[in-house]
Design a protein around this ligand. Structure first.
Ligand SMILES: *Cc1c(COP(=O)(O)O)cnc(C)c1O
Length: 426
């Protein structure tokens, strides 16, 4: 739906919710309450997704199996723990557009990023740079700088940062590609977010991958803000690896187990150095407990430890809800909800209310998140909104981030948010 067909009154939001085929999925989630006992207007799914009601059922099942079976739960639980992480493989592969052998659920995001760089950041004197976005998420910045140090290079010269043009907030796709074209021969690794966490900009992942690979660079993506938010086709786009967390748009719960993609062309790259652990060892001989590591083919060959079953249980619940709703349908609703929010914000734009949306306007260049730059209000705005039951988040120095998540947010959430926002700002 385009902006021109939206209407400003509340009746429009009510009608949109009434005809939304995904509206009932809201009832599958626990919505935080305000002090007054109403549902909050929860627009913070880009930071922590809400709890699916089935999460506790799956968690309790794991607890019960452990109580009743002890170690036998590995093979005789309702869902035996031994192959438990595989319950997530098909849905995870569909989520990122990959073959089942290209994905694995393990560890946390930053750990996976390090494991991937251990294998795929192979700097040489001529080619040792890492290309990142300026203002990349701090954990990613620390991780890449520490990897550069680890290999004996200097981040001051080895870290190359993509920077928007003067006066602009987002990167232009053509600038990214021309930088790769210009500097590619010295770049060992391109590591970008699929969706920038501050601006909400979606990067042109297929274009960046093509440009990088043409220049002989390894290409990896951090999909923390992309997985479960936008449609992904990792196998076809062809990056070498990708990592993501599962507590944002995937609703797996705080600190939940993360995801990792390794492209099929590396499935049997036994010569790649990797940090090994017993869970990455060939399954057939793992329990012979021999001294020599023989990795499994595919992404599972990067596993270290036996996975935390009790943390995987809520993720199983949330991935089921996600696939039941359908990624295509969710994305279509998301595009519409976000455009509606932008439309309503536009209705309130005036010289008096000093805000601007820094997220790109084109639907294909953004996901659910809108980043609103607010002049001269700061945290006070957030506090006022919180008092009105709106949960979003503030990024210093001047950005309020909100995401209408198609699984559990409604058009009326968006309508009410914009009402509160314009009052809080005036
Ligand atoms: C949320 C987020 C992280 C968080 O890392 P963890 O290892 O899960 O704590 C890292 N990078 C990006 C880009 C993120 O958005």
């Amino acid at each position: 739906m385009t902006g021109t067909s939206f209407q400003a009154g509340e009746g429009f939001a009510v009608a949109m919710d009434a005809s939304d085929p995904l509206a009932h999925f809201r009832g599958r989630f626990c919505l935080p309450m305000t002090n007054g006992g109403d549902d909050s207007i929860y627009l913070c799914g880009h930071s922590l997704g809400l709890q699916p009601k089935t999460a506790s059922v799956y968690l309790e099942q794991g607890m019960r199996d452990w109580a009743q079976l002890g170690v036998e739960g590995h093979f005789h639980g309702k869902n035996p723990w031994m192959p438990y992480h595989r319950l997530l493989t098909q849905q995870t592969a569909a989520l990122v557009g990959a073959l089942p052998t290209e994905v694995v659920v393990m560890n946390s995001l930053t750990v996976n990023l390090h494991l991937m760089m251990a294998s795929f950041y192979r700097p040489t004197t001529e080619r040792h740079k890492i290309l990142v976005e300026r203002g990349a998420f701090p954990s990613d910045q620390y991780a890449v700088k520490s990897q550069i140090h680890f290999h004996g290079f200097d981040p001051a010269t080895a870290l190359l940062k993509l920077t928007p043009r003067d006066g602009e907030s987002c990167m232009r796709d053509e600038d990214i590609e021309s930088l790769i074209e210009r500097e590619g021969a010295s770049i060992a690794l391109i590591l970008l977010g699929g969706v920038n966490y501050v601006t909400g900009q979606v990067f042109d992942m297929p274009g960046i991958t093509r440009a990088g690979r043409r220049k002989g660079c390894v290409v990896g993506f951090d999909l923390a803000h992309a997985a479960g938010n936008i449609l992904l086709r990792l196998h076809d786009w062809g990056p070498d690896f990708a990592v993501w967390c599962s507590y944002k748009y995937l609703n797996g719960g705080p600190g939940c187990v993360a995801g990792c993609f390794v492209h099929e062309r590396h499935a049997r790259a036994w010569e790649l150095p990797r940090f090994a652990g017993w869970w990455g060892h060939d399954e057939k001989t793992r329990f012979q407990m021999g001294p020599d590591f023989r990795p499994m083919a595919g992404a599972e060959g990067w596993q270290l430890s036996n996975p935390p079953i009790l943390a995987l249980a809520p993720l199983r619940a949330s991935m089921e809800v996600l696939s039941e709703a359908g990624l295509d349908r969710l994305r279509a609703k998301s595009v519409s909800l976000t455009a509606y929010m932008e439309f309503l914000l536009g209705q309130h734009a005036s010289p008096k209310l000093k805000f601007s949306v820094i997220t790109p306007r084109e639907p294909e260049r953004r996901g659910a998140q809108l980043s609103i730059r607010v002049r001269g209000k700061g945290r006070e705005l957030c506090d006022r909104l919180a008092a009105a039951g709106v949960i979003g988040d503030w990024r210093e120095p001047d950005t309020f981030r909100v995401a209408a998540v198609p699984l559990y947010n409604s058009y009326q959430d968006v309508y009410r948010f914009v009402q509160h926002f314009s009052v809080a700002l005036s």
